[in-house]
Design a protein around this ligand. Structure first.
Ligand code: MN
Length: 309
């Protein structure tokens, strides 16, 4: 849920396509990757066509995976800079440890928010559950916040509201006058929708925000597009709402935000602005000088891939 192991190259936002102004939406296929050497995931962001949606810059959807009789999810200590990691399990439990001394079990429906700022390291492992299903996202920190001291916050409860026959959890930002306690540093929103019945309704949107919609369970219809769990639907800013049709039992992740105009680089577990910052961070991890130590994880710390030339 943390390494860009499949494409260890520095992604520059200029590599991403921009939509022509007449485009109403864009379907982006997720790609398959592995985390912790053995856990298959669907990676929705970054995408060849788009690096960020608001400040959201990374989105992995894992499971549902039956981990019985396997090693489970085991991601050894690794560093982060310049981002927040946002972890949200739908099913199962994950144990987080970090270099601040945090040791926190996260259960289904809860959020772990780790703000890396100038540097932190952590490990993640599944607990002896048989099934794991969830998402992990990264939020790029704006330049004004990316050098801050790191912190970690576990959120046991998030606001839940009803809209029509949708149960909506406000994971980040604000929606219909409910505000998530999750601390973010740029205008953005994160929602989980659960359809209690087959639902056709209009979903209010912030016209200043662009959006990404990813089904976690089920296939939905939105903005006249059929969207399945292998697809992230992008909606550009400018809409006051969108029509959705969501079958009963479906669960959908919605992320959005004001388009992030800072030109970020993403490589391995780092979000930065220059290649020199990446090299410095990788060296500091190798030399144990910047990221502290994770205590208690039984296993090796991760080693960065070679820097791209
Ligand atoms: Mn990580």
């Amino acid at each position: 849920m943390s390494d860009l192991i499949e494409t260890p190259k520095i992604l520059n936002s200029n590599e991403c396509l921009t939509l022509p102004p007449t485009c109403n939406s864009q379907k982006m296929k997720t790609r398959k990757a592995l985390v912790g050497d053995n856990i298959p995931i669907r990676r929705a962001l970054p995408h060849a066509d788009r690096k960020t949606i608001g400040a959201w810059c990374f989105l992995d959807h894992f499971g549902p995976l039956d981990l019985a009789n396997t090693e489970g999810l085991r991601i050894g200590p690794h560093p982060h800079i310049g981002l927040q990691t946002f972890t949200y399990p739908l099913v199962g439990e994950i144990l987080h440890r970090d270099s601040l001394g945090s040791k926190q079990k996260i259960q289904a429906g809860q959020v772990n928010l780790m703000t890396a700022g100038k540097g932190i390291s952590h490990s993640e492992e599944s607990l002896p559950d048989t099934v794991l299903h969830g998402v992990q996202l990264w939020i790029a920190l704006p330049d004004s916040a990316r050098h801050m001291e790191p912190n970690f916050i576990h959120h046991e409860k998030l606001p839940v509201i009803k809209l029509d026959t949708l149960q909506i959890k406000v994971l980040a930002g604000e929606f219909l006058n409910s505000t998530s306690p999750v601390k973010v540093y740029s205008p953005l929103v994160g929602l989980e929708l659960i359809a209690l019945e087959d639902t056709t309704t209009h979903l209010p949107l912030n016209p200043k925000f662009e959006y990404g919609i990813l089904p976690l369970i089920g296939t939905i219809e939105i903005a006249n597009e059929i969207v399945d769990i292998d697809t992230l639907l992008y909606l550009p800013s400018g809409r006051p709402n969108t029509q959705v049709h969501i079958p009963k039992g479906s669960r959908i992740l919605i992320i959005g935000g004001e388009p992030f105009h800072e030109d970020i680089l993403i490589w391995w577990n780092f979000v930065a602005r220059t290649k020199e910052e990446m090299i410095q961070a990788a060296k500091a991890w190798d030399n144990h000088t910047q990221f502290g130590e994770v205590i208690g994880f039984k296993g090796d710390r991760l080693i960065p891939p070679p820097l791209p030339s």
